[in-house]
Design a protein around this ligand. Sequence first.
Ligand code: ADP
Ligand code: F6P
Length: 329
Amino acid sequence: MKTIAVLTSGGDAPGMNAAIRAVVRSGCENNMRVLGIRRGYTGLIGGDMYEMNIRSVSDIIHRGGTMLYSARCPEFKTEEGIQKAVDVCKANGIGGIVIIGGDGSFRGARDLSLKGIPCVGVPGTIDNDIACCDYTIGYDTALSTIMDMVDRIRDTTESHDRCSVVEVMGRRAGYLALNGGIAVGATSILIPENDFDVQHDVIDRMARTQGTGKRHFIVMVAEGAVDKLQEQGIHDSMALAKYIEEKTGVESRATILGHVQRGGSPTAKDRIVASQMGYRAVELLKDGIGNRVVAMQKEQVVDYDIYEALNMTKKIDLNLYKIAMDISI
Ligand code: ADP
Ligand code: F6P
């Protein structure tokens, strides 16, 4: 393999820069030409790339976001879009690509690999929702941000004897809400993986703790649980705060943390895991191995066939949920 490329795709995640750094440096150390593709598959289709060297990735390990920028590219999901990408790879002598992103991006990596361009996926998403991985780059940083933000919300919630509904990201997964909820001692945690009933799991829990003298409450809601709220006639997190106020008499506010969770300097864990994963991706490509996803399993870096990885399922630890509920009383 003489030339490899690297791109970041989908929602960005803190630690993506550390992964890019590892790919570029280990590629250069293995005497490969390394091209940085800007804005994910959009840049690939458009041929927007430049040659990188070991100094191109100086001073980025501690920065959030991605120096290669990211994008979502609907055109890449079409046959013509993929063919354009293949043509660009051939024109630029690209022998393999490291794709840092979530499972949507890995579907693209699978399609490209099938067209003869070996790709290796590196899991980067704050949601931690990639089935083959115990851990995805960005998750630890996002969790720490959530904890810091909710600690602040707690100060004012406590001062006013209020209830704060806090909605955190996680399009289809409750990892951030569950673990964030445990870290801040939330009275209730609503996640998409667990059936819940607002009366039983929020209102009754609050009443029980009120009975023992508790006067302020945090209710943690995963973005992906909003559909289940709607099934119970509650439109969103704002409406949930209103509902709680009506039912309990406790003044309530809602905060949607939003994109603050996606930014910021990556934690040590995210920098270290990203460095390991980026390094492994280049080891695979160096040996001409593509159509793989690098993953973290039981603290070890492993890799899977992309097809196999995309067909795996991951279960959230509902025992953790039980622990959270048993002690947040
Ligand atoms: P993530 O990688 O974070 O899951 P997305 O699901 O938005 O983010 O996917 C990122 C990009 O990956 C999409 O904009 C598209 O270019 C590509 N992609 C997603 N799904 C597919 C698919 N089924 N086939 C080919 N490419 C896809
Ligand atoms: O997948 C990461 C994520 O942050 C999800 O948690 C969230 O639903 C989505 O991306 C938001 O995407 P956008 O930045 O396009 O609004």
